[in-house]
Design a protein around this ligand. Structure first.
Ligand SMILES: Nc1nc2c(ncn2[C@@H]2O[C@H](COP(=O)(O)OP(=O)(O)OP(=O)(O)O)[C@@H](O)[C@H]2O)c(=O)[nH]1
Ligand SMILES: [Mg+2]
Ligand SMILES: [Zn+2]
Length: 319
C-alpha cells in the first residue's frame, strides 16, 4: 500500500524532529538560547534570497537559506533555526515528493494536483496549453483544466468542442466564471484536503479564483489590457495559501517566457500522454513520429485515435 502525501509528510516530520533533537544533543547547546532549536517548517513563498517559512504553530518567520542547500520553493519542507521571534536560517531541505519545474527553474514542490487555468480573455491558445501540459506531465501530477470567464463567450458550444480533445485524453475540464459565479461552489468541493497549484497565463484569473476560495485573502488582481487583451503580470511570487476548510492552494504568476521555453524531445513526448500506447509499436526504436515508415503514432492519427490538433502541436514543438 502506498502512503498518502500527508502520511509520508508525517513520517518525515517525525524523522526531521529526531534529526533536530540529535543535532541539538551533539552540539553542546547549553549556552545557546532556546530559540536556536531546529524546527521543521513549510516554505510559503520565496522572494529573491529570502524565504517565508511557516512553523508548526502556524507562525511566519523570515529566513535566509544556508548557501550549501538547494533552492527551496513554495511547498517545500525545510529545517530551520530561529534567530529571533520572526527571523531565522534554513539549514536543510527535506526530501520532495515532486517538483514542478520549467526550463530547470523550480516553480513549486510537493503538489498533489495541478489546475491549468485558461480563459476566454486572454483567449486560450492550444500551443500554450500543450506547453503547460508538458511541464505538468513531466512533474507527474494529476492535471485539471479550468476554462474561466466563460460568461464572455458568445459560443460556448465551440469552446466545449475545443476542449473535448482534452477530455478525450482524460483531462477533466471545468467551465467557470468568477464574475457570474458559474462552477465556483463545485470547485470549492474539489479542492479540499490536498495540495493544489494554479498555473496559467497572466490575466486568466488565477488570483481571482483563489480570492473566491479564500475570501479573506483579498489577493491583488488586475484588469487585463484593453488593447492587447493580455494580463499585466500582477502576481509576482509563487505563494502557498491554506484553504480554511482544508488543503493548500498555490498561486503562481503567469510567466511570459513560457511561450518561448525550449523543451527537449523527451520532455515533449512525455507531455503527449495519449501517444504513449503507440510509441512502442513504431518500426524504429528511435522513431521521432514525423515521417518515418510504419510509425504507430502516425497510424493512430490516421485512424482517429490521436487528435490532429494535438499532433500538429507536437510537430510544431519538436521542430
Ligand atoms: N469577465 C471576467 N473577468 C474575470 C473573471 N475572473 C477574473 N476576471 C478578471 O480578470 C482579470 C485578471 O485576473 P487575475 O486574477 O489578476 O489574473 P491572474 O491569472 O492572477 O494574473 P497574473 O497574476 O498576472 O498571472 C481581473 O480584472 C479579474 O477581475 C471572470 O470570470 N470573468
Ligand atoms: Mg495573479
Ligand atoms: Zn513513430
Amino acid at each position: 500500500m502506498s502512503l498518502t502525501r500527508r502520511q509520508q509528510w508525517h513520517i518525515e516530520k517525525i524523522q526531521a524532529e529526531r534529526i533536530a533533537r540529535a543535532n541539538k544533543a551533539s552540539s553542546n547547546t547549553e549556552n545557546l538560547p532556546e530559540t536556536t532549536e531546529a524546527q521543521i517548517g513549510l516554505v510559503i513563498t520565496r522572494y529573491g534570497q529570502r524565504l517565508l517559512i511557516e512553523n508548526s504553530s502556524g507562525n511566519l518567520i523570515q529566513c535566509t537559506a544556508r548557501r550549501n542547500i538547494d533552492p527551496c520553493v513554495a511547498g517545500d519542507q525545510v529545517i530551520f533555526q530561529a534567530v529571533d521571534n520572526d527571523s531565522g536560517v534554513v539549514t536543510a531541505l527535506l526530501r520532495r515528493d515532486n517538483a514542478l519545474e520549467r526550463s530547470h527553474k523550480l516553480i513549486a514542490a510537493n503538489i498533489d494536483e495541478l489546475w491549468l487555468v485558461v480563459a476566454i480573455e486572454p483567449h486560450y491558445q492550444f500551443d500554450l496549453i500543450d506547453r503547460y501540459l508538458i511541464v505538468a506531465q513531466n512533474a507527474n501530477l494529476a492535471i485539471n483544466i479550468i476554462v474561466n470567464k466563460i460568461e464572455l463567450s458568445d459560443n460556448i458550444n465551440q469552446v466545449k468542442k475545443d476542449f473535448a480533445m482534452y477530455e478525450d485524453i482524460s483531462y477533466p475540464v471545468h467551465y467557470l466564471s468568477v464574475k457570474t459565479q458559474i462552477g465556483i461552489d463545485t470547485l470549492k468541493t474539489q479542492l479540499n484536503d490536498k495540495a493544489h497549484i494554479f498555473l496559467g497565463q497572466s490575466g486568466v484569473g488565477k488570483s481571482s479564483l483563489i480570492n473566491q476560495l479564500i475570501p479573506k485573502l483579498n489577493l491583488r488582481v488586475n484588469e487585463i489590457s484593453n488593447k492587447s487583451k493580455l494580463g499585466k503580470h500582477t502576481t509576482t511570487a509563487t505563494t502557498l495559501y491554506h484553504i480554511p476548510t482544508g488543503g493548500d492552494l498555490i498561486d503562481s504568476p503567469g510567466v511570459r517566457e513560457f511561450q518561448l521555453d525550449t523543451l527537449n524531445a523527451k520532455e515533449i513526448l512525455e507531455g503527449f500522454k495519449e501517444f504513449k500506447p503507440f510509441i512502442s509499436q513504431c518500426k524504429f526504436r528511435n522513431c521521432a513520429h514525423i515521417n518515418e515508415p510504419n510509425c504507430a503514432v502516425k497510424n493512430a492519427l490516421e485512424t482517429g485515435n490521436i487528435h490532429p490538433k494535438r499532433y500538429e502541436s507536437y510537430l510544431a514543438l519538436i521542430a
